[in-house]
Design a protein around this ligand. Sequence first.
Ligand SMILES: *Cc1c(COP(=O)(O)O)cnc(C)c1O
Length: 395
Amino acid sequence: MNPQQLMDDEKKYLAQTYARPPFVLTRGEGVYVFDSEGRKYLDCAAGIAVNALGYNDAGLVAAIQHAAQGLLHTSNLFYTEPQVALARALVEKSFADRVFFTNSGTEAIEGALKFARKYHVERGEPQRKNFVAFRGSFHGRTMGALALTDSEKYQAPFRPLMPGVTFANFNDLDSVRAAITDETAAVIIEPVQGEGGVYPARDDFLRDLRALCDERGALLIFDEIQCGLGRTGKLWAHEWSGVTPDVMALAKPLAGGLPIGAILMTERVASAMHVGEHGTTFGGGPFITSVGLYVFNRISDPQFLAHVNEVGNYLLERLTEINSAHIKEVRGRGLMIGVEMDVEAAKIRERGYAHGLLLIQARDKVVRFVPPLVFQKTHVDELVDKFTRVLAEVE
Ligand SMILES: *Cc1c(COP(=O)(O)O)cnc(C)c1O
């Protein structure tokens, strides 16, 4: 492969919706990825909080090979075993009673919105069609999820979006109180905001939000697409607060790098949707759910979660110790840490490549660390060492 030719072809043949750095990734091993020239990068991004088990994990590869020899696809018109097995595992380890599978995060959000509206229709309150989301939120790019995503840049060219969305201030109960009306179907929140800059919701805020939703008759939806599934050091990010939602959206790491999403919900929400009222051709097919069950069993193991906790705490501590005038704040939970800078995060990200660091950002000034969950303390040391050198180069 000629990498320059490949990059030229990308510019020619792909819709230009991404500005990619000038190298071609060809393989991965553990928590490292390699480009076509053999350069090695410590992966602090995990494909945007997706590759929880890192790269070329022997167990995951075997699970994929096994699944590939079984049924790949049958549509949702028929029973298949892996779909039921994964749903059962998710239910047994969560607040939820039932699951609906999707192909992506944004699709899980769309489905969550439909379940929420249908719930109120069935209860004789069809006027409850509206949603309350939060400043700094990210819920996806399709028309409903985009309407809940607080970004002028993402929204503006695509209006009209789904109407009826009000944005409240994150961690500010009074502002939610003012936003909820008798026409609110649900309040939707990321327990730790990801794209918006890595902002954890306060535990007491989530508890008060739960009580407020109950009092006002609105459902509570948690978007744990990024912060769920072990990322914060507990299986679910909301476990830190002790409250549970009515509906929860999952996606990113659930099949270890293959596309899947899921909507988890309580019985009273699930029972509002009847045969034929929602559907998907690919969602929850036997191949992907077979892989998903393998990944979920790995991630939900208490020892695995204890590891994320330990390494996450160590990462937070080490990043906090860095002595650089460019760092304004270090925040987050588990292996989901944001470092707020006084310079453009893009600058840091670009410098990082030369030092063998694969970084991503969140908004303009936050460097976001969401490495594979199999990161070890020695990887943290390498990360901090390289990141410190990158910071020293930035004026
Ligand atoms: C990534 C993400 C989404 C969208 O998921 P896609 O699979 O990209 O559609 C939604 N919500 C949150 C919190 C996310 O991080």
